[in-house]
Design a protein around this ligand. Structure first.
Ligand SMILES: [Zn+2]
Length: 67
């Protein structure tokens, strides 16, 4: 890569503002928890996809305080 700055930031942003495809996901309502989540993606809220639990969210285990 010889040069990275082919255009100014302004020109780059001006070009990108017309490409909303990359930014706006197709939102669907999760069948499990009802949250809006991108389609064909595991739900970001509950970790379910296609009615199955895909991602088990890690719950921080609090270490019991020393007595
Ligand atoms: Zn969900």
């Amino acid at each position: 890569m010889t040069t990275s700055r082919r255009h100014s930031n302004s020109r780059r942003n001006n070009r990108r503002k017309n490409n909303k495809k990359t930014i706006v996901p197709h939102l669907v309502v999760c069948s499990n928890c009802g949250a809006l989540t991108p389609s064909h993606r595991v739900c970001t809220e509950c970790g379910y996809y296609d009615g199955k639990l895909v991602i088990v969210k890690k719950i921080k285990e609090k270490k019991t305080a020393k007595q």
